[in-house]
Design a protein around this ligand. Structure first.
Ligand code: CTP
Ligand code: MG
Length: 240
């Protein structure tokens, strides 16, 4: 534990696992999404810099597209961002599993693990710190969430509406998701199959998942529209 930047409560130092091995097909940029530039700098570089600048991350492990491990390692080295780079897997869960296994070998005493999508490169440091602080205070699993802005419908296979779930009880989920190391180890060992987020695996082993407020800037860059938004968000951050 180290004092935080403001000299207040001690802040735990987490290890961050960054899945960045996706192909970015929906973005359609002709290269892995992690390498796509936003205002001239790769999305992954923004993401890793954001984690390291939050002041509560001691080590970063990136899962890169297997064919691009050297490219990604050089990219981060050139940006002066210390990180281990390992080959990712066939799906996101597999990529996280590989990077997490590397992380616990590299930092055996780590008690707090963050899993953070490279595609959520502009997550504010306050969100990263809130997740780490909540795990350090005893929560086994913590995710940043936002309320739903839109009404949501449940539909059948041909699109006919079946029901309107109560929006007030629904949340949109972001990253970084934070875990006590032993909980994430057990979730990956016992939950078996894939999930779209790591908290989903933790839910499957019956461990409660807490929430903290997320932030609009923690949006995931998925489509060309999102990339345009990210450019604007970053321009705003650079000018503030
Ligand atoms: N990811 C990963 N390994 C995979 C697939 C995805 O590490 N085999 C990562 C992505 O790099 C991204 C995060 O998981 O940081 C969320 O995935 P997504 O937004 O779906 O990214 P892509 O899979 O790259 O995009 P697409 O599905 O459009 O191809
Ligand atoms: Mg994908």
């Amino acid at each position: 534990m180290a004092p935080d930047a403001a000299g207040g409560e001690p802040t735990a130092r987490a290890v961050a696992v960054v899945p960045a091995a996706g192909r970015g097909e929906r973005l359609g940029y002709g290269m892995p999404k992690a390498l796509v530039p936003v205002r001239g700098t790769a999305l992954l570089t923004h993401a890793v810099r954001g984690l390291l600048n939050a002041g509560c991350v001691r080590h970063v492990v990136v899962a890169a597209p297997p064919a691009d491990v050297e490219v990604v390692a050089a990219l981060l080295r050139d940006a002066d961002l210390p990180a281990d780079v390992v080959p990712g897997g066939a799906d996101r869960t597999d990529s996280v599993r590989r990077a997490f296994e590397h992380a616990v070998k590299a930092v055996p005493d780590v008690r707090v693990v963050l899993v953070h999508d490279a595609a959520r490169a502009f997550t504010p440091p306050s969100v990263i710190r809130a997740v780490v602080a909540a795990v350090a205070s005893g929560a086994p699993a913590v995710i940043p969430v936002l309320p739903m802005a839109d009404t949501v419908k449940q539909v059948d296979f041909d699109g006919t509406v079946l029901a309107t779930p109560d929006r007030s009880a629904l949340r949109v989920v972001q990253t970084p998701q934070g875990f006590a190391t032993d909980v994430l180890t057990r979730a990956y060992a016992e939950a078996g199959d894939s999930a779209t987020d790591d908290a989903g695996l933790v839910e499957k082993i019956g461990v409660p998942v807490a929430t903290v407020p997320g932030h609009a800037c923690a949006m995931k860059v998925t489509t060309p529209f999102d990339l345009a938004i990210a450019e604007a968000v970053l321009a705003g951050q650079e000018n503030s």
